[in-house]
Design a protein around this ligand. Structure first.
Ligand code: 13P
Length: 255
């Protein structure tokens, strides 16, 4: 049976854009992409801009996502934001385990797991990020590292929960560096991720799960990446901060 995986094009705005700047960008994205057929479109502004961007994208085909969350429903956790809060402000997606959070904020596979469960419990779609560093790739450990991240991050999730989740392969050495994994490097890793999901859950789930590629995706390399059978979309940093480049990448996802 052939499974149709609808591509996802998601913009991770990272710590860029004040709320007023974010409104301008979101308005541009809505205008440029409202009539695009095909991929699911997501924008993930910083927390402070979620409400404002939520109002701009409401009623359009662009969905709102956050970049992180805390796993508790509420509590004395100064500075944190819960899944229920994100859901209430209009989020449908949330990025979890981004390498910048792993690198600078102590995110672990265990916290990725707790956050994924919390997001799913509130009806949010987690976009769970995995990926190896350059040192790990050069040591021939890329596949093993990603496998460990998947096992730890997704441990204990039920098959019906995994079905709702989106994965993103972001090799750390390709993020913000201008170096992209070659389409075949990315395709091979995506195939390995799918195989691992098949082993951890079952082959039907592996076949249906969307795996996005992230790391220096730009308008001029998007098509060759997105054409690959194993690549089901993109998680875009820098190029999502401009309407033209985000729109060009989204258009390249119309398979
Ligand atoms: P760049 O597209 O800027 O390399 O960032 C990728 C990324 O980290 C998306 O989450």
């Amino acid at each position: 049976m052939l499974t149709m995986r609808i591509p996802v094009i998601a913009g991770n705005w990272k710590m860029y854009k004040t709320p007023s700047e974010a409104i301008v960008l979101a308005e541009g994205v809505v205008k440029a992409l409202s009539s695009l057929d095909g991929p699911e479109l997501v924008v993930c502004p910083p927390f402070t801009a979620l409400a404002a961007v939520g109002r701009v994208v409401a009623g359009s085909r662009i969905s709102l996502g956050a970049q992180n969350l805390h796993w508790a429903r509420e509590g004395a956790y100064t500075g944190e934001v819960s899944a229920a809060m994100l859901q209430d402000v209009g989020c449908r997606h949330v990025i979890i385990g981004h390498s910048e959070r792993r690198q600078y904020f102590g995110e672990t596979d265990e916290s990725v797991n707790r956050k994924s469960c919390a997001a799913l419990a509130c009806g949010l779609t987690p976009i769970v990020c995995v990926g190896e560093t350059l040192a790990e790739r050069e040591a021939g450990r890329a596949y093993a590292v990603v496998e460990t991240q998947l096992k730890g991050g997704l441990s204990g999730l039920l098959p019906e929960q995994i079905q709702k989740l989106v994965l993103a392969y972001e090799p750390v050495w390709a993020i913000g560096t201008g170096k992209t994994a070659t389409p075949s490097q990315a395709d091979e890793m995506h195939a390995h991720i799918r195989k691992t999901i098949g082993m951890l859950f079952d082959s039907g789930i592996a076949c249906g799960i969307r795996i996005l590629y992230g790391g220096s995706v730009k308008p001029d390399n998007a098509r060759e990446l997105l054409e690959r059978t194993e690549i089901d979309g993109a998680l875009i940093g820098g190029a999502s901060l401009q309407v033209d480049s985000f729109a060009a990448i989204a258009s390249a996802a119309q398979k």
